[in-house]
Ligand binder design. Structure first.
Ligand code: G6P
Length: 608
């Protein structure tokens, strides 16, 4: 989704604004722009495509000025081209925006009938026109800002500068996040603290309905009626994380390989490595007392929730209602305050997940957030935060956040089982021991399978369609494998529950359709082997991801067999995530795609 930055500084800002935009690149974008005020005049540079196009323009035509705003745009209304790129200018007003102005067409009709001429196809331009109109009518900059905020509806982070006030940046938030950075004689703002990390660590997060008036001396936060609000600043940890690729080709590769270390750190928060027990749950959610769980999330986070469903039902005997958040929020699902709800989100800002959370809150449920960003909106609106501690995930395709979400959900499910008396102390000890051993096994697997997967990926990159099959917790992994492959290699891929093969996808099986079967030698193995048999009988090419016991038990011919160590069921989803991540990664590398920023995708989806 769009990235926003702004600086009211003491020295030229254009270069620093572009550097800050670079730290927001991971969010996904298709054009970019920057605007400054210099010598009483607003000016801007905008470019389609990647940031180097904007930098080239700035090299050719530098943009002086010590106050400025900048934006990377992920197109919603209007194609990604220079005219639709932000900042939008109208009569000395410059605006950048993340989100959607839902009443833009009604406002546009009104403004056009007043004589306004629109340049772009964006919803954002109505904001600039409204502000310019209010200024023409004699309002001050502040009055115009508040009047505009009282007219627009939808989801937005909006940042505005006025040509006739080169000392102030105004901003407002309703939905997508905005962070204010406090400097010495300079102030900053950005879509997240990572963007501002080189400038400052002191951050104030705006909440929905806040309007910020920022000068070099500080920030004043008011509501849309102009009444003052108090928001505390905090020291952000964002700067503590190295946001670079190290010696890896892509962030995705780095994030895949850091999983053993990171997951060990995350597990340390939830389990006691010495006693092999789950640490007591200090949160406001009493898993021992709740009557059921509602889980909602989007994308990869939804798929970790789907694995969590199997665990909570099996180990804690807790019924779980789960759905993708974009459906959950509108289903009018009957819920009871005796249930608890869990929302899983790497960013903690996904609009649909947040809306589902608010729905459950209205129904009186206790809310738990399984999030990576502890300062995020979803975390802030929850009764209990279960951090996944994965560190910043930059690759758009989620990898380490997925396995950390799984590790946290596994610990929570075991803990819930203990609280409910459905997991014995001995079972807890055994399962936690497996979790504790997992990082070591992950390291071993990553090292051992890499050459085979790389070679196999070259072959896979020649196909147009791929099917993934799995049963039990391997079913969500089949969905995740297909999602990972399609989002970064653009090869069409579908994941199916192995038992559903006969109900449709079997019609597609031929020698041009590789079928990736995820089947550890578990309770479901024999059933899945029968499904593999059905594929083999129709000439399908099988890529078999199994363990030593599974490889020994199957006599079926395969295109490749990826053999992992025999592991306990509780850790197999995390271990089997590794080959599916590496397969997608290397296939995308062979295809030559933009692995870290795949086309059309955004890391943090702050609109519906
Ligand atoms: C986008 C990202 C996915 C992510 C999903 C949910 O689609 O590209 O990687 O799984 O959003 O994001 P969240 O931040 O809520 O986990």
């Amino acid at each position: 989704m769009c990235g926003i930055v702004g600086i009211v500084g003491q020295e030229p800002v254009a270069g620093r604004l572009v550097d800050a935009l670079r730290r927001l690149e991971y969010r996904g974008y298709d054009s970019a722009g920057v605007a400054t005020i210099h010598d009483g005049r607003l000016d801007r540079r905008r470019a389609g495509g990647k940031l180097f196009n904007l930098e080239k323009k700035l090299d050719e035509e530098p943009l002086p000025g010590i106050i400025g705003i900048a934006h990377t745009r992920w197109a919603t209304h209007g194609v990604p081209n220079v005219t639709n790129a932000h900042p939008h200018f109208v009569d000395g007003v410059a605006v950048v925006h993340n989100g959607i102005i839902e009443n833009f067409s009604e406002l546009k009709d009104e403004l056009v009938s007043d004589g306004a001429v629109f340049e772009s196809q964006t919803d954002t331009e109505v904001v600039a026109h409204l502000l310019a109109k209010y200024r023409r009518e004699g309002m001050s900059q502040r009055q115009a800002m508040l009047a505009m905020l009282n007219r627009v509806s939808g989801a937005y982070a909006l940042v505005v500068i006025f040509q006739d006030d080169p000392n102030t940046i105004m901003a407002a938030r309703f939905g997508p996040p905005l962070a204010i950075g406090h400097g010495r004689g300079e102030m900053f703002l950005g879509s997240d603290a990572i963007a501002l990390a080189p400038f400052t660590t002191e951050i104030t997060y705006l909440v929905d309905g806040d309007c910020a008036i920022m000068t070099r001396n500080g920030v004043e936060i008011i509501d849309y009626d102009g009444k003052p609000l108090v928001r505390k600043s905090q020291i952000s940890q964002a700067a503590a994380f190295m946001v670079d690729k190290g010696n890896h080709r892509h962030f995705m590769e780095k994030e895949i390989y850091e999983q053993p270390e990171i997951i060990s750190h995350a597990l340390g928060h939830y389990i006691d490595f010495a006693s092999h027990t789950v640490k007591p749950n200090q949160s406001d959610i009493d898993f021992g007392a709740v009557s059921g769980l509602a889980i909602s999330a989007c994308g990869t986070a939804y798929l970790s929730g789907l694995v969590g469903k199997y665990w909570f039902e099996r180990y804690a005997r807790l019924p779980v209602e789960i759905d993708v958040a974009s459906e959950f929020r509108y289903r009018e699902l009957p819920l009871s305050p005796s249930q608890a709800a869990l929302f899983i989100s790497q960013s903690g800002e996904t609009a649909d997940t947040l809306a589902s959370l608010r729905y459950c809150k209205e129904q009186g449920l206790k809310i738990g957030a399984v999030v990576n960003v502890k300062e995020s909106t979803i975390a802030r609106e929850s009764d209990a935060i279960f951090p996944i501690l994965a560190g910043p995930e930059i690759g758009v395709a989620s990898t380490k956040a997925f396995t950390c979400q799984l590790a946290v959900l596994a610990a929570l499910a075991i803990g819930a089982g203990r609280a409910r008396g459905t997991v014995t102390a001995a079972d807890e000890k055994a399962m936690v021991k497996h979790l504790a051993e997992m990082p070591r096994i992950m390291s071993r697997v990553l090292n051992e399978i890499q050459p085979q997967i790389e070679a196999l990926s070259r072959e896979l990159s020649r196909f147009k369609d791929v099917l993934y099959l799995g049963r039990g917790t391997s079913y969500p992994l089949a969905l995740e494998g297909a999602l990972k492959l399609k989002e970064i290699s653009y090869i069409h891929a579908e994941g199916y529950a192995a038992g559903e093969l006969k109900h449709g996808p079997i019609a597609l099986i031929d020698e041009y359709m590789p079928v990736i079967v995820i089947a550890p030698h578990d309770r479901f193995f024999e059933k899945t082997i029968s499904n593999m048999q059905e594929v083999a009988a129709r000439g399908g090419k099988i890529i078999f991801i199994t363990d030593e016991a599974g490889a020994a038990a199957s006599k079926l011919p395969t295109m490749a067999t990826i053999t992992l160590p025999n592991v306990d069921e509780i850790i197999s989803p995390m271990i089997y995530s590794l080959p599916i991540q590496l397969l997608a990664y290397h296939t995308a590398v062979f295809m030559g795609t933009d692995v870290d920023q795949p086309r059309n995708l955004a890391k943090s989806v702050t609109v519906e």
